[in-house]
Write a new protein. Structure first.
Length: 260
């Protein structure tokens, strides 16, 4: 299996990072993808990939909750890393532009800046022929509006940690996106369970978003990539298929999308 979204570079793993990686590998999680947050995460991401080059691949982007008054400075650093000609010393092998998007849950002070950062990074992804990893929270209508205004028929990417309705998931799939499903699918009465049943299996990607959103029975504790099989098991149960099928199909989809 492939954990298509985790933050194992986070400080939450400073005491046992290598052990957490070993646990994931032991449970069949062969690769883990590392989304960027902002300039504070870049060195940690790079160090983790360098320490375990066969396990980790990086994304690069500016998270919407990091879009503040100085977002132009942060975006310039993302551009520098994505495009060697913009000043980077050498090419960096990023598998996606992410995580980027819109988040209106915590703060709406910089909504226009978030939209501008999203538009600009979407264009960079298109120029680089890279997929995008989208973070969307309490902003699906706004997101679809930005995407519609871009005038692109279909997109390449994933809506990570999907939190919308079945109809919004279907709309995303129609636009070309995959749906990232994590530990929330194991929560009682989660709308995500209905999404996991409705979306075509080959459009589902497995993710943990570690250290956040641990699946049951670890809810409320630190999440880690080793828990990915619990998410696959829940999806298999909801769809009435084997865990092996969920693992095989989602892994093949991740490899295609991220060119792994």
């Amino acid at each position: 299996m492939i954990d298509t979204h985790c933050h194992l570079y986070d400080e939450a793993f400073d005491a046992d990072r290598d052990a957490a990686v070993a646990r994931a590998l032991d449970r069949g999680v062969e690769q883990m993808l590392l989304p960027a947050i902002d300039s504070h995460s870049h060195a940690r991401q790079a160090a983790l990939e360098a320490a375990h080059p066969h396990c980790f691949r990086q994304m690069m982007g500016l998270h919407p909750t990091s879009v503040t008054a100085d977002f132009e400075t942060e975006l310039a650093e993302v551009e520098r890393l994505l495009f060697p000609s913009a000043g980077a010393a050498s090419a960096r092998p990023f598998v996606a532009v992410g995580e980027i998007g819109l988040d209106l849950y915590w703060d709406k002070s910089f909504v226009e800046e978030q939209k501008e950062a999203l538009r600009r990074q979407m264009v960079w992804a298109q120029r680089l022929s890279l997929p995008v990893c989208l973070h969307v929270r309490k902003a699906y209508n706004e997101l679809f509006g930005v995407l519609r205004d871009m005038g692109t028929a279909t997109f390449s990417g994933v809506m990570h940690c999907f939190g919308g309705s079945v109809r919004e998931a279907q709309r995303a799939v129609e636009m070309g996106f995959h749906i990232g499903i994590g530990g929330v699918v194991t929560f009682k009465n989660a709308t995500l369970a209905e999404v996991a049943k409705a979306v075509p299996l080959d459009r589902i990607l497995l993710e943990t978003d570690a250290p956040y959103l641990s699946p049951v029975p670890h809810r409320g504790q630190r999440n880690e990539s080793a828990y990915l099989p619990l998410i696959a098991q829940q999806i298999a149960s909801l769809r009435g298929v084997s865990v092996a099928e969920v693992a095989e199909v989602s892994t093949a989809s991740a490899r295609r999308l991220f060119a792994l």
